[in-house]
Design a protein around this ligand. Structure first.
Ligand code: GLN
Ligand code: ZN
Length: 758
């Protein structure tokens, strides 16, 4: 028998049905009944899809109306005080989204993915009470379809590790309050049926955990795995190796461990111990984080090396993590080039792959039926075509990138900044913005119509230029000093560049859940990257021609482009990143030759690309910095390079930021006063800094007085010569009614402070 396993399945729906019904419910356009109905249909569809693909271990409780961490909060009865007066769906969605009287719970990134979870708020005073309704209900729903599911849970250690204590103190201090609830739950689950499998997700085990955390594993899993002999407990980790935890786990009576062999090579080092322990090994060998077709020959090789140590009987073939992080199905991709489409695999297709891999592995090639045999051969042919296609492999690009020897710009920062200040003549506390202005209905409509060939380029261009003109007039009237064109032509800071680079592909329906009802559709890099022609020059030079002020050129940096795309898996990430960097360096050269004096290279996702394991950070930092520097290496001394990053905590990475050698960095500090800025002073950071002085994530209009205070706080940390004044981030999600008065107040605040400093 072929044994196979899916860690978890996406839930938003192949046509984003869940998103649509949730948003309609939130807008009071349909009753909650309707949400439940759609949810029921989706669960059913997804279960049957897995069953029909021949998957043996199918999950329940991987579904969620918003987020699995939020579900776990409800499961444990860990409801924050301010929501306790609510119940059912009102309670659930209020925690996620806030309501008139209470702010939403915090949301943050799930490990190194672009999925966001709700952060539990715990305190010693909490009274946890089991609420197993959802879990029991889902199990029975699947059972009614003839599917006996494994039940997915977020493990107690991960739950605590990702929570925050509102009464100060350590979340792990609550372990003895939480564990009895888990025991009670497992007890209840054990009554449901004969022989139930429970998957307990402990992804926090893939981080560098302190001994304190590791010391909890043994006692926790000793306890949980002895609740009932009727339960088979699998502890699953993903996104990295979990060697330290696995060593401990195999000493407990759990039934199996789930390991990611694709994003955690080192998991292979523990095979001997696993084999000796006699535990089941759920081997994650089909990538749940990417959209490429599995290379079946390579996967079988990997499995064979695993089974040379662990007995075949004890191996179960699995996705590397939940398929939550990949889109649903290729079925609706009608516009993709057929050759490229043939290299891809989304969640539905991955089910078939896992099924096929397990047949080949357990039963052997010779026992495949005609259809499977054909799938096997098609897979080999597709991978062969991908290895050799001229769409992917561009010798010219490869040679150029390999031989690219200009690794940084000319001149030391100290010399450059003198030249720049002389030439650009900007004042201390120079005012600027981060790039985008409000993306109005009309702007979006114009872009959409042009994209769908409903209007001619001339009309589109005219409309966008009008918008740029308006932005410039506003900025000049307002008294801003370094201007931006407003980015009306950009739908997204990565897609815009991707569309103009060779080697980039775009899906029509490749939606992946980001949080709640929100989805993103990342573009994908399939081949060697090059820039057939300039990407931003026309817009920026047009904008510069309309003003005497300096117009900032605006680009997205290589690391951000990489981190917000699905990246080819046939080349190391740093090589792909370097290709993007070389393409960007050409763009920068073109910009400066066209008279642009300041160029901003946004690295919004620089920090989120950090590896989960400390040991791997250095390598990441090396190539990430290298590639930022390569992108700006063409900039002359006179050309001022800015960068922008969407966060404020630089304590761990400040030296790396300095190494990027940008002349000016704008960052997000508005919400932290000047506290987080202090590290810049502490390390003697030399370059100029624009700490955002107001929060653009809120519609609130900050007063002049408030911003004067904020600027003075900054001046306590850094001298005026080193400071720029700007908002926190781009303004594209805001309305003009908010942006105009806010920026006017910002400029007035700067004038007041300058006057006082005289
Ligand atoms: N230049 C971009 C903008 O202003 C930067 C956005 C970002 O970093 N998230 O929208
Ligand atoms: Zn930003």
């Amino acid at each position: 028998m072929s044994k196979n396993y899916i860690v978890g399945f996406p839930r938003i729906g192949e046509q984003r049905e869940l998103k649509k019904v949730l948003e309609s419910f939130w807008a009071n356009k349909c009753p909650f009944r309707e949400v439940n109905k759609v949810a029921g249909e989706l669960k059913k569809r997804h279960w049957l899809q897995q069953k029909n693909a021949g998957i043996e271990y199918i999950s329940s409780n991987d579904f969620s109306l918003y987020d699995n961490m939020l579900d776990t909060i409800v499961l444990l009865g860990a409801i924050p005080k301010r929501f306790q007066y609510l119940k059912d769906e009102e309670l659930y969605f209020s925690m996620a989204r806030g309501n008139r009287s209470s702010v939403a719970m915090e949301m943050t990134k799930w490990f190194n993915t672009n999925y966001h979870y709700i952060v539990p708020e715990l305190s010693l005073n909490d009274n946890y009470i089991l609420n197993s309704k959802k879990i029991i209900k889902e199990y029975k729903e699947a059972k009614a379809l003839g599917i006996k599911t494994k039940i997915n849970l977020i493990g107690p250690i991960t739950f605590l590790a990702l929570s925050k204590r509102i009464d100060r103190g350590d979340t792990f201090g609550l372990v003895n309050k939480i564990l009895p609830i888990y025991e009670e739950l497992l007890n209840e689950i054990a009554q449901l049926d004969e022989n139930i499998t429970v998957q307990i997700d402990e992804p926090v085990f893939v981080k560098d955990n302190e001994p304190k955390v590791l010391s909890l594993i043994k006692s926790t899993y000793d306890r949980l795995s002895t609740v009932s002999a009727n339960l088979k407990i699998i502890v699953t980790t993903y996104f990295e190796h979990s060697n330290e935890a696995t060593k401990i786990l195999i000493e407990t009576p759990i039934w199996g461990v789930g390991l990611d062999f694709l994003h955690g090579d080192e998991n292979i080092n523990l095979l001997d111990e696993i084999a000796n322990s006699g535990k089941k090994l759920i081997a994650g060998v089909v990538d749940g984080r990417n959209i490429w077709k599995n290379d079946i020959e390579q996967t079988i090789k990997l499995l064979e090396s695993i089974s040379s140590v662990v007995s075949k009987d004890n191996i179960i073939i699995s996705s590397s993590c939940s398929l939550l992080h990949t889109p649903f199905t290729l079925q609706y991709e009608e516009k993709l080039d057929a050759e490229i489409k043939n290299w891809l695999s989304y969640s539905y297709e991955k089910l078939d792959e896992i099924s096929l891999v397990s047949k080949v592995f357990f039963e052997g090639l010779n026992s495949l039926n005609v259809e499977d045999k054909k799938d096997y051969e098609d897979n080999i042919a597709a991978n062969h075509s991908r290895k050799n296609s001229s769409l992917i492999h561009n010798k010219e690009v490869q040679n150029r990138v390999q031989n690219h020897s200009k690794l940084q710009r000319d001149g030391l920062y100290e010399d450059r900044i003198k030249i720049q200040k002389e030439l650009l003549q900007y004042k201390d506390l120079a005012t600027t913005t981060i790039g985008s202005f409000p993306q109005t209905q009309e702007v979006r409509k114009g872009r959409r119509e042009f994209k769908n060939n409903q209007i001619r380029y001339e009309d589109y261009e005219k409309q966008m230029k009008q918008y740029i003109d308006d932005c410039i007039v506003f900025q000049e009237d307002c008294g801003l000093e370094v201007l931006v064109h407003g980015e009306p032509e950009r739908n997204d800071m990565v897609e815009y560049f991707g569309e103009q680079l060779q080697g980039y592909g775009f899906s029509q329906n490749g939606w992946v859940q980001s949080y709640g009802s929100r989805c993103v559709k990342p573009p994908f890099i399939y081949g060697d990257i090059s820039r057939p022609k300039p990407m931003t020059i026309d817009w920026i030079t047009y904008a510069q021609s309309k003003t005497k002020n300096i117009m900032k050129g605006m680009l997205t940096g290589p690391v951000t482009i990489l981190n917000w795309s699905f990246v080819r898996d046939d080349k190391p990430r740093d090589e792909v990143s370097k290709q993007i960097a070389v393409a960007l360096s050409d763009e920068i050269d073109d910009l400066q030759n066209a008279g642009i004096k300041i160029i901003q290279v946004d690295e919004a996702a620089f920090k989120e690309g950090y590896p989960l394991r400390k040991q791997k950070i250095k390598i990441y930092e090396e190539w990430a910095v290298r590639d930022f520097k390569i992108s700006v290496s063409s900039a002359k001394k006179e050309t001022q390079i800015h960068t922008h990053m969407c966060y404020s905590e630089f304590n761990d990475i400040i030296k790396t930021i300095e190494d990027m050698d940008a002349d000016v960095i704008s960052i997000e500090t508005a919400r932290s006063g000047n506290e987080l800025l202090k590290v810049f002073k502490e390390v003697g950071y030399k370059q100029e800094v624009g700490p955002g002085i107001y929060d653009i994530h809120s519609p609130r209009i900050p007063s002049v007085e408030e911003m004067v205070n904020q600027i003075k706080l900054l001046l306590e940390v850094l001298p005026k010569e080193q400071l720029w004044i700007n908002p926190d981030c781009g303004l594209k999600t805001r309305k003009w009614e908010e942006v105009k008065p806010s920026l006017e107040n910002m400029v007035k605040a700067v004038e007041i402070v300058r006057e006082e400093l005289k």
